[in-house]
Design a protein around this ligand. Structure first.
Ligand SMILES: C[S@@+](CC[C@H](N)C(=O)[O-])C[C@H]1O[C@@H](n2cnc3c(N)ncnc32)[C@H](O)[C@@H]1O
Length: 324
């Protein structure tokens, strides 16, 4: 082999060696890259799993916060109740067969239908007697007048009166867990949201409002008038709404022994206790605007009187009219 050939041979051997080295370096780099890609995939998988777990943890935290807010709102409502009705704070539940009774519920929610708050009328004892049988029924009811106010009865006439709750509606809905309660009042309760409660605003002294109410409502099992207590209002409301009752339904008028002072300025009529007293005596119903034909729809009238130790019976306080 000549020297030129020898140089060429040596050159190509070096190139082959270098090529071999290069190939093995490329192989090592490729293997490193593959290992790196594998590790990156593992890291990505771990990161995705971490993000998934973080989302679950955030969801759980939000649910806990939601539950805490509900618990706080309930605690604040109870505290508000205790502060505004100190009489209610010392009460123990009056439980019957595991469910709270109407008196306990009235006292707890701050209605004076029970025996501890405000005028403490204790109507709930009567209501338990009259209404226990409907406790688990699904039905619709209406209450006229939704939250008492401090001060003179004229406080109710202020259309801007601030209201904060619907105590007796809460009482009814807890006692009747399958009922729906409509509430009617001249004050604005639209801001108060309670499941199974529908508010309709209006004045029991305004016939158009009463007609609108009657046209909005479904058939009702129970109507309770605890609004202005003025006889004229009680009677035009009865005349407009009594026909909305289902057969055997009850129309209850509370506080018929009381009249607000402004009652003297309303159209003249008998007092409500006189109207139903005469009905019990003679069967005729002396309502304004010849609504007396409603007498034929009345099955019975129940009367609750105030206590009296004298010979004559106490004044009528509450009337329950049963529909045929
Ligand atoms: C005695 S409070 C009702 C109390 C409630 N039912 C309870 O047991 O806790 C009387 C309610 O009747 C309403 N009211 C008074 N005059 C009214 C009228 N002319 N029309 C409609 N609602 C009236 C008042 O705004 C008030 O909410």
């Amino acid at each position: 082999m000549g020297w030129l050939e020898r140089i060429g041979f040596l050159g190509s051997r070096r190139r082959r060696r270098e090529l071999g080295k290069l190939e093995s370096e490329i192989g090592a780099v490729t293997a490193e890259r593959d290992a790196y890609l594998r590790q990156r995939d593992v890291a990505l998988g771990e990161r995705n799993e971490f993000l998934r777990q973080r989302d679950i943890a955030i969801g759980e935290r939000n649910e806990l916060l939601r539950q805490r807010d509900i618990a706080l709102a309930e605690r604040n409502a109870l505290r508000h109740l205790r502060e505004t009705n100190p009489e209610a704070s010392s009460l123990r539940p009056e439980r019957r067969e595991g469910s709270p009774g109407l008196t306990f519920l009235a006292n707890r929610f701050g209605s004076d239908k029970g025996d501890a708050v405000g005028n403490a009328h204790d109507y709930t004892a009567l209501y338990s007697f009259l209404l226990e049988a409907w406790r688990n029924d699904e039905f619709q009811m209406l209450e006229l007048g939704l939250q008492r106010a401090a001060g003179a009865p004229t406080a109710y006439l202020d259309p801007k009166r601030q209201v904060s709750d619907v105590p007796s509606v809460r009482m009814w809905l807890e006692f009747f867990p399958r009922a729906h309660c409509y509430g009617f009042d001249c004050a604005d309760f639209t801001g108060i949201s309670v499941p199974r409660f529908t508010f309709i605003r209006g004045d029991v002294g305004n016939r158009r409002d009463l007609e609108r109410l009657a046209n909005t409502l479904p058939p009702l099992r129970l109507i309770v008038d605890d609004a202005s207590h003025a006889s004229y209002h009680q009677q035009i409301a009865f005349a407009t709404l009594f026909a909305k009752l289902e057969s055997n339904g009850l129309y209850i008028i509370e506080d018929v022994d009381y009249q607000p002072a402004y009652e003297a300025e309303l159209p003249a009529c008998l007092k409500t206790h006189e109207v139903f007293g005469r009905f019990l005596d003679g069967g005729s119903l002396a309502l304004p605007d010849s609504a007396g034909q409603l007498a034929s729809l009345i099955r019975n009238v129940f009367v609750h009187r105030g206590a009296s130790s004298g010979e004559s019976s106490g004044p009528m306080k509450l009337i329950a009219v049963a529909k045929r």
